[in-house]
Ligand binder design. Structure first.
Ligand code: FAD
Ligand code: NAD
Length: 406
């Protein structure tokens, strides 16, 4: 009998959790497992703000996929996924095509620019290793150029962060530690640097615990961040951004660097494939399959699940993507082995949220308790190490883990 073929798209949190669980649970004679990813490495998306600010080298945030997969059980294809022909059970890659019996879609999300003019051209996004490297090098270049030019353009040193969600705040936490270092490297007076955070909602980290938000804002302000709250970015230009507060007139903020961290959407491949979606995200069935597609599982930032308690979608997080990977793998094993009964249903088990504020500070709610300062920072590093442990075991933690715990 022909073995079923499981194709997993994406070696992020959801994809790698699925593959590492499948390779343990299925024998070579039970299924063909194929993993497709555009790079031969996995990157810790949750650490990209550090690589972007330059507080952590980009090689620290990635590791070889080969170091966590068993090549005797998993075929790895390095390629870019372009489309899926669900009728023909085929995935179209930039290098050819591949057929499947079961498909796991875990290609992550994309930056959401809401059609705002100029963002794609003039703003950076913290979206992958190379994008992070580009942000770090761009900021470095602005400082180096400022140091060289005779007619100093102070706006060159201004950095705008669009969005005070978790990504924006974590990036600011790194920036306020990195920029003073850069100033020392280039003999620039720190008071010449402006770091703005522009947030459309009436508060920083909308929806998060107000006391913890106050802690974060006070710390970042003390280190030089200027918050512009209730102010929306309306346009990005070669000179900076245009913003508006309510009905007030549009204002310009001149800046040499603009980083857009104001939202994510699902993956465009889902839209192209014609699978029912809302901005690239599939409202999955409880067993994680796409409606109308019993053989396609959708995980991570490309999936959408409603938290019935508050009737709002769960925020897309690595925490959820990894938990989905485990359930998806168990469901695939059941399908392959022909186990009895229904597939397992997925319910997120949210253990907490910790937002770093640089290497040595953080805020968070963990198991319902508020934490701040070094204790929270310690917990954040533990969470980071746990992701490595879950996917690659203790050896990966030893190779890539964060041990500067306090
Ligand atoms: P990803 O982990 O993004 O992986 C997708 C993979 O697919 C990547 O390897 C990518 O290269 C590959 N890929 C994409 N498109 C293609 C294609 N067309 N062809 C081939 N391969 C492709 N969440 C938390 O829970 N805790 C945190 O502390 C946290 N911090 C964050 C910090 C930052 C700076 C950011 C940006 C996000 C953070 N998140 C955090 C959110 C979290 O990173 C995402 O929810 C998570 O990465 C989603 O996992 P995923 O498996 O869906 O996709
Ligand atoms: P987000 O959608 O959570 O936040 C984006 C912010 O940008 C919002 O506050 C929004 O009001 C603001 N915004 C939108 N349009 C704007 C505009 N035109 N001008 C100014 N502000 C605007 O996005 P994110 O912060 O990238 O987070 C994405 C996901 O990743 C979330 O689910 C988040 O929970 C997760 N994440 C988690 C952590 C963590 O747990 N430590 C860290 C980073 C990201």
């Amino acid at each position: 009998m022909r073995k079923p073929k499981i194709v997993v798209l994406g070696a992020g949190y959801g994809g790698l959790m699925t593959v590492t669980r499948l390779q343990k649970a299925l024998g070579q004679d039970e299924a063909d497992i194929v993993l497709v990813n555009k790079n031969d490495y996995h990157y810790e998306t949750t650490w990209l703000h550090e690589a972007s600010a330059g507080t952590l080298h980009h090689d620290r945030v990635r590791y070889d996929i080969d170091s966590v997969i068993n090549r005797s059980k998993v075929e790895f294809i390095r390629a870019e996924v372009q489309d899926i022909k669900t009728d023909e059970k085929k995935v179209i890659l930039n290098t050819g095509e591949i057929d499947y019996d079961y498909l796991v879609f875990a290609l992550g999300g994309e930056s959401e620019t809401f059609g705002i003019q100029g963002l794609k051209e003039y703003a950076f996004t913290i979206s992958n290793v190379n994008a992070a490297r580009q942000i770090r090098e761009h900021i470095d270049y602005q400082f180096a150029t400022y140091a060289m030019e005779t007619e100093k353009k102070d706006e060159r040193l201004a950095i705008v962060v669009g969005g005070a969600g978790f990504t924006g705040i974590e990036f600011l936490g790194e920036l306020v530690n990195r920029v003073p270092e850069l100033c020392r490297e280039y003999d620039i007076d720190y008071s010449k640097v402006r770091i703005y955070c522009v947030e459309a909602a009436p508060m920083v980290l909308p929806g998060f615990d107000p006391e913890l938000v106050q802690y974060a804002v006070a710390l970042l302000e003390k280190k030089g961040v200027e918050f512009k709250i209730g102010t929306a970015i309306k346009e990005a230009t070669p000179e900076g951004i245009k913003v508006a507060k309510g009905e007030e007139e549009m204002q310009e903020i001149k800046a040499g660097t603009v980083v857009w961290a104001a939202g994510v959407r699902g993956n465009a491949v889902i839209e192209k494939a014609g699978i029912d979606n809302m901005r690239g995200r599939v409202k999955v069935n409880l067993n994680l399959t796409a409606p109308g597609h019993d053989n396609i599982f959708v995980l991570g930032d490309s999936s959408l699940m409603i938290n019935e308690e508050i009737n709002r979608p769960y925020p897309p997080t690595a925490q959820i993507a990894m938990q989905q990977g485990e359930v998806c793998a168990r469901n695939l094993v059941k399908l392959v082995k022909g186990g009895e009964g229904e597939l397992e249903t997925f319910k997120p088990d949210i253990k907490g949220t910790v937002c770093s504020l640089g290497d040595d500070d953080a805020i968070g709610v963990v198991f319902g308790k508020k934490v701040t300062g070094t204790k929270a920072s310690f917990m954040k590093k533990m969470v980071d190490n746990r992701a490595l442990l879950m996917i690659g075991g203790p050896s990966l933690v030893l190779k890539k883990g964060k041990f500067n715990l306090l």
